[in-house]
Design a protein around this ligand. Structure first.
Ligand SMILES: Cc1cc2nc3c(=O)[nH]c(=O)nc-3n(C[C@H](O)[C@H](O)[C@H](O)COP(=O)(O)OP(=O)(O)OC[C@H]3O[C@@H](n4cnc5c(N)ncnc54)[C@H](O)[C@@H]3O)c2cc1C
Length: 320
């Protein structure tokens, strides 16, 4: 095995699980399994934990990559923050409150705010939208109707993925200005795409969960410390205390059945035996690691599709 810092904490007897990938998903899985009494080994190819959401240094500056904000509805990420004792370092707003500055007006900049009141959905955003200065009166009136129509969509309906969100908004009376000054504000930040490029299914999931479910669902949180402090340093501390054996700089090269109902996990210089293996890695890596026969349709269409960008996975981590 290649060498990162090794953990030799106390481990429970019994079943052994190997978690492949030390990003947010892998760390969370490893902690949850350890908490359930499973003996856990976490394997990460890079020299640090955190995956896509990490920090790096440029001279005096610490720069964060990924996961810039999270929402109150990101319950899995909030569990993770609590579990690593990092919640106080990444607090949530008491209530959603986002200043929105229009810098394009010839007569000068204008500030608006998107904030919620202590009212049930959808009234919680009513006052804010009614006074939102970046939309005309007519556009403001139409936003409410589109939001209600969005709320009525069935997220399980596969037809939603065959339409783009921009066309759906246009068909529901939303002007180009309303899309730019309101819908895309949320859509670009969460889906990494403007409405015309976003699937209606994904957009409906984001808007329904974040803005049309619980009144506080879209309250925003962000880290007051570099992300590496949370996702690497504190996570590592929690894993060590939970008795998880954590190996960084350790890339898994294959996963196969051992014949005795167990799994063999191959890393350079060592083969680990496990009762269960969790692949907490991006789709392509998971596909390459899965043993033959594991997938019903191994050459399914995602294989030839462009790799999704990280921010398009925004809500998979938080289970928004
Ligand atoms: C620029 C940017 C901005 C973002 N902004 C936000 C945001 O504002 N809010 C938000 O919620 N999310 C945001 N995200 C998304 C969020 O960061 C990711 O969804 C999340 O970090 C993904 O975590 P993961 O554990 O699923 O995967 P990853 O972070 O990809 O972790 C997978 C890990 O597996 C390891 N690995 C892969 N193959 C192997 C192997 N064979 N053996 C061992 N290890 C392996 C990789 O090295 C990696 O560390 C952003 C992402 C980026 C990049």
């Amino acid at each position: 095995m290649t060498h990162g810092t090794r953990t030799q904490g106390p481990v429970a007897d019994g079943r052994h699980a190997v978690v492949v990938g030390g990003g947010l998903a892998g760390i969370t899985t490893a902690l949850a399994l350890a908490d359930a009494g499973v003996r856990v080994t976490l394997l990460e190819g890079r020299p640090r934990l955190g995956g896509l959401a990490f920090s790096f240094r440029r001279g005096e500056l610490t720069v964060d990559n990924g996961q810039h904000v999270y929402l109150r509805c990101c319950t899995a990420y909030r569990w993770f923050l609590d579990r690593i004792e990092g919640a106080a370092l990444a607090p949530l707003q008491d209530r959603l409150d986002v200043p929105v500055l229009d810098v394009t007006r010839p007569e000068g900049r204008r500030l608006g705010r998107l904030r919620r009141d202590a009212l049930p959905v959808p009234l919680h955003l009513g006052r804010s939208l009614a006074t939102y200065p970046h939309l005309s009166l007519a556009d403001r009136a139409k936003v409410g109707r589109a939001a209600l129509a969005l709320k009525g969509l069935d997220l399980a309906d596969p037809a939603l993925d065959t339409q783009d969100f921009g066309s759906w908004l246009a068909a529901h009376g939303q002007s180009a200005r309303a899309v730019e000054a309101l819908w895309d504000l949320v859509g670009v930040a969460t889906l990494n795409a403007v409405a015309g490029d976003a699937s209606l299914g994904l957009a409906a999931m984001v808007f329904k969960t974040g803005l049309l479910s619980d009144p506080g669902a879209a309250d925003i949180g962000w880290a007051r410390v570099p992300l590496g402090d949370l996702h690497d340093r504190l996570a590592r501390k929690a894993l060590d205390s939970a008795g998880v054996r954590t190996e960084v700089r350790t890339r898994v090269t294959s996963v196969s059945r051992s014949g005795n109902g167990r799994w063999s996990v191959q890393v350079p210089g060592e083969t680990l035996q496990a009762d269960a293996v969790v692949l907490a890695v991006p789709q392509r890596e998971a596909h390459d690691l899965l043993p033959a026969g594991a997938l019903d349709a191994p050459n399914g269409s995602w294989r030839s599709a462009p790799r999704p960008s990280s921010t398009s996975m925004w809500c998979t981590t938080g289970r928004c």
